[in-house]
Design a protein around this ligand. Sequence first.
Ligand code: SAM
Length: 471
Amino acid sequence: MYNPKSLKAEDFINHEEILETLEYAEKNKNNVEVIDKILEKAKELKGLSHREASVLLACEIPEKINEVYKLAEQIKKDFYGNRIVIFAPLYLSNYCVNGCVYCPYHHQNKHIARKKLTQEEVKAEVIALQDMGHKRLAIEAGEDPVNNPIEYILECIKTIYSIQHKNGAIRRVNVNIAATTVENYKKLKDAGIGTYILFQETYHKESYEKLHPTGPKHNYAYHTEAMDRAMEGGIDDVGLGVLFGLEMYKYEFAGLLMHAEHLEAVHGVGPHTISVPRVKRADDIDPNAFDNGISDEIFEKIAACIRVAVPYTGMIISTRENQEVREKMLHLGVSQISGASRTSVGGYTEKERPHDTEQFDVSDQRTLDDVVKWLMDFGYIPSFCTACYREGRTGDRFMALCKSKQIQNCCHPNALMTLKEFLEDYASPETKQVGEKLIEKEIENIGKDKVKQIVRERLKKIEQGDRDFRF
Ligand code: SAM
């Protein structure tokens, strides 16, 4: 039976409840009265239930869809301002014992080159990432208890945090590894990770089992209940995601929001982020082999509906998507993007983009400098800020600040100061020029005069060589 407070996967992601939700959404998709009521509630910026949001996703009335899009953009501005947080993935190892049918790292793939970084190689990759200007990473690895045990992941995290090359530093390591035990989550917490990210892939149990025919990931309940174990282990920032294209998007959307509601109901804090990857071409993977691929238009609609349904949750879009799609998604509420990503193990130290160990084709292949300038051309502030978790603003503390819109008092100045660091250390002359102008303009948008003055002083100090200021 559906119960968001239950710790059993099949109770909080309840199949019957999803089917009823889809039926309710289908029945009301053109019911203007119901839709207007939902939109009114969304405007209160307190979020929507999975049922309400599913009606918006199903809605086919162009004016109403437009209203959702406008609201999504407004909500993003209200809670997150115009900053966009930047990160890069770092692939540690593509050894994997699972049989995920959409992923080229699956165990049966005998011709893909298998690689696991040594600590020396991790160091070289991190230096390459620092030299681009990155401060925040998401580490990625296949599931393999022999080749990639938790000790290996912990050792890599330690190495990553220890490297200081020129003015570079990785200040936040998010972790995207397979579902694991409470004990291991505790170890990750103690290693000082930022967010623990785990994509559900699909919330549809029957499909999940078919898409993960072999290996530990086959266990739907163990995977679906992973975030509860992570929270039990002390990690209070967790990142959800669905791999769109595997199952019917409306089903996934309802499941995703039910998962968010479950975390809120049990732990008092919803997901820190939601990622929206789509299946991409890769080594022996043809995305057309999956029946549920979605158009760019539907993809945008999903993003906008997520934004209005969970206004306080960060939304992430990766370089799986091309520049054009990413541009549209920024307007619909995305708050974090990756830049200059390489999805192969050891890819950042290669001069040419390698493809032999790649997890998926990267559509947006621009440099970080290009991405930063592109964001600024649209008036966004590229942010390399990592302050929140380092200042203990995680879990419910972060959410409380976010809900009261106070988080901007930190985010906005921190974004400007970290952008300044990027401009000083890594930017091309053109990007630097655009950035300096943007910072000058954005300082005026800092609410408090005292903060404004401190930021001005710190920007001067950054010019003189000081680094890592934060509120
Ligand atoms: N192995 C880890 C796990 O079991 O969750 C996660 C790391 S994996 C490198 C990160 C994510 O990449 C997966 O969760 C999956 O959603 C996504 N992915 C796998 N194959 C993909 C493909 N062909 N196109 C796009 N994304 C893919």
